[in-house]
Design a protein around this ligand. Structure first.
Ligand SMILES: *[C@@H]1O[C@H](CO)[C@@H](O)[C@H](O)[C@H]1NC(C)=O
Ligand SMILES: *[C@@H]1O[C@H](CO)[C@@H](O)[C@H](O)[C@H]1NC(C)=O
Ligand SMILES: *[C@@H]1O[C@H](CO)[C@@H](O)[C@H](O)[C@H]1NC(C)=O
Ligand SMILES: *[C@@H]1O[C@H](CO)[C@@H](O)[C@H](O)[C@H]1NC(C)=O
Ligand SMILES: *[C@@H]1O[C@H](CO)[C@@H](O)[C@H](O)[C@H]1NC(C)=O
Ligand SMILES: *[C@@H]1O[C@H](CO)[C@@H](O)[C@H](O)[C@H]1NC(C)=O
Ligand SMILES: *[C@@H]1O[C@H](CO)[C@@H](O)[C@H](O)[C@H]1NC(C)=O
Length: 563
């Protein structure tokens, strides 16, 4: 009885709020991820940080512009915008700025930071004030081990007068990322010949992807970055130890040029992996590490990274990011707006690479006995390049590559299929012999990944100790990113623009059948382990497929086709 009563009361409260407010993210999951538990209702005077995504202008124009500057056949190819020019295009209208500012001031929210493009506002205020500002929000401190975050246990609403000026408010939902790199020992200890290797190192990668000792960066203005949002540190001593063990055969840097985010404490495996491999492939190229260590407990680390990009006029050309969340755990408003942020990056000529994820096609139960695949975001954004994973056919030799069964891939339920991939994906869907049942995925969605690289059996140095068997698409992503940085280097040297958003050029290139990428045609990735139908998602096939994309890089040929 008591439970039912409180349920009715809750319903009443929700309806009451709905009657006077607007919910910008009605579909946002407020499920608390496993491992986190509520510790306390946040004291009224504790501070929270809210991030307001202000409505932008000219989003359609931005989209058209990105189409032109990323299309190698357009006379506008490579004519990127500066951050100032981008601001002139997308900054919110005077009316939006005035309405939101007045509303915040009326509530006593005065401590706000802006960014160059003017389309985000980040404000610090007290929990009590934030709850009045955003009716419905209830701030709770959640803990997991020694970590704590502040999130709202219920959906927030906005005053109808301001709702049309705000896409969403960050700092209330979306818990920090859970994903970790995998460690898998290899079970196939067979066929050890004279040429065997004991795991993937820079030498093995450079051999497989045809990089010679002289394929290193030479241009002082080139740069690359890796970003990760686990609460991890990167330890400079690990990089020098890694390079002294594995970096003997090519010119490389021993130091990261720029670290964004406070560092200190114990190094994390993921942070070490990213830095060590982007700096081994994009060797001798100035490198940034962006991490969220030391953030405020009410911030969203991934969102903060997006703000950072739009607040710095000089950022690296290539960014590799190990972050991903299930599409179904995020609101459509959030994903749509983040997708616009990727368009903004593309307009500036930045190349953004995301790992495709380590769960194959993924799996989500939507009803008893009924499963569907589970796409991951931002991997599913049409404005990023998504990197899947492969293994060597013989794990101890530099052979051809096959699917790594964990390689994330599939079809978005949010973003429709972009034009650049329609013909490649239709060809796959038409010619593939064993597709999963159609009820498992959305054939009209953005399909990913776009490319792949080895993702199995890496060596990483962390806390000064070499660690074997590190796996996952968070390994393949910095590898592919470093190779694109080398191509940028050669392009900049010749007075050409950096590559920018790669996909339109990539899909066109491959449709004309160059040898720039090694096609991966063997193996399938995992998906639902249900007894009903299948334990297998999609399978690799000739040319593009939703497991390994177009395949893995053959550097000399890839360079040639992008010059
Ligand atoms: C919040 O209020 C409590 C009790 O009134 C007080 O002890 C505490 O110092 C205050 N904290 C801050 C950060 O103002
Ligand atoms: C953007 O950069 C400016 C200048 O460096 C800084 O004052 C401001 O706090 C930054 N904005 C955010 C939201 O961090
Ligand atoms: C790349 O390396 C492979 C194996 O070493 C070799 O067969 C191939 O010719 C090379 N391709 C290019 C374009 O250099
Ligand atoms: C490494 O890069 C610097 C510029 O950042 C360049 O001057 C130097 O020649 C490069 N080293 C090699 C071996 O190419
Ligand atoms: C590097 O960039 C700076 C600033 O944009 C420019 O002045 C300089 O000429 C560039 N260096 C080279 C080698 O192109
Ligand atoms: C399939 O994707 C489209 C967008 O491409 C979307 O409009 C539709 O709702 C999706 N269907 C399902 C069942 O998610
Ligand atoms: C690919 O082929 C089409 C049609 O033949 C042609 O228009 C296009 O320019 C080619 N693209 C490249 C990158 O070679």
């Amino acid at each position: 009885m008591e439970r039912r009563f409180s349920f009715i009361l809750l319903l009443y409260v929700q309806l009451n709020i709905a009657a006077c407010g607007v919910f910008p993210e009605p579909d946002q999951s407020i499920r608390v991820p496993r491992g986190w538990s509520p510790a306390e209702r946040l004291p009224n005077n504790d501070s929270v940080i809210l991030t307001f995504a202000l409505k932008q202008q000219n989003v359609e124009k931005l989209e058209e512009l990105v189409g032109r500057v990323s299309d190698p056949d357009s006379p506008h190819y490579g004519r990127f915008l500066s951050l100032e020019q981008l601001r002139a295009l997308v900054q919110p209208s005077v009316e939006t700025l005035r309405t939101v500012r007045t509303w915040l001031e009326e509530h006593g929210v005065l401590n706000c930071d802006r960014i160059v493009t003017g389309d985000f506002l980040q404000c610090q205020t007290q929990a009590r004030t934030a709850e009045k500002l955003l009716p419905g929000a209830k701030f709770v401190r959640y803990v997991k081990g020694d970590k704590s975050v502040v999130r709202s246990s219920s959906l927030y609403s906005l005053d109808p007068d301001v709702a049309s000026h705000i896409d969403f408010v960050g700092g209330l939902h979306r818990f920090p990322e859970e994903r970790r790199v995998l460690r898998r020992a290899n079970d196939k200890q067979e066929e050890m010949t004279a040429e065997f290797h004991l795991g993937v190192t820079p030498t093995i990668l450079r051999q497989r992807y045809n990089l010679s000792a002289s394929d290193v960066g030479t241009h002082p203005n080139n740069s690359q970055a890796c970003a990760q949002f686990l609460e991890q540190y990167f330890e400079p001593a690990d990089l020098s130890e890694f390079m002294s063990l594995f970096g003997g055969s090519f010119e490389h840097r021993l130091e990261v040029d720029h670290v964004v985010g406070q560092q200190g404490g114990r190094a994390g495996l993921e942070a070490s992996l990213d830095v060590e491999y982007i700096m081994s492939m994009g060797a001798n190229i100035s490198t940034w590490v962006i991490s969220n260590a030391g953030r405020h407990e009410s911030q969203e680390p991934f969102l903060d990274w997006m703000l950072l990009l739009s607040n710095l006029s000089a950022v690296p050309w290539v960014h590799t990011i190990s972050y991903g969340d299930d599409e179904d755990s995020l609101s459509a408003a959030f994903m749509q707006r983040i997708n616009v942020e990727f368009m903004k990056a593309a307009a500036r000529g930045l190349t953004i690479l995301f790992a495709s994820g380590d769960d194959g096609a993924g799996c989500r139960q939507i009803a008893k006995g009924k499963n569907v695949f589970r796409p991951s975001f931002p991997a599913s954004s049409p404005y990023v390049t998504t990197v899947g994973g492969t293994s060597f056919k013989n794990p101890f030799q530099v052979t051809y590559e096959v699917t790594d069964y964990i390689s994330g891939g599939g079809f978005s339920n949010i973003f429709p299929m972009p034009d650049y991939q329609v013909s490649a994906v239709s060809k796959y869907l038409k010619s593939s012999v064993k597709l999963p049942p159609e009820s498992y995925y959305n054939r009209s969605g953005r399909a990913y990944p776009d490319v792949a690289a080895l993702s199995d059996n890496y060596w990483v140095v962390t806390n000064r100790v070499p660690i074997p068997w590190v796996s996952g698409t968070s390994a393949s992503t910095p590898v592919f990113g470093g190779i694109l940085s080398l191509i940028n280097d050669q392009r900049i040297k010749r007075g050409l623009s950096p590559l920018g958003f790669l996909n339109p050029a990539l899909y066109r290139l491959r449709e004309n059948g160059t040898e720039a990428l090694y096609d991966v045609t063997e193996g399938c990735h995992i998906s639902c382990f249900d007894d009903l139908v299948l334990a297998q998602g999609f399978c690799a096939a000739p040319s593009w497929d939703p497991v390994t994309g177009w395949g893995t890089p053959n550097y000399p040929a890839l360079l040639k086709s992008f010059l």
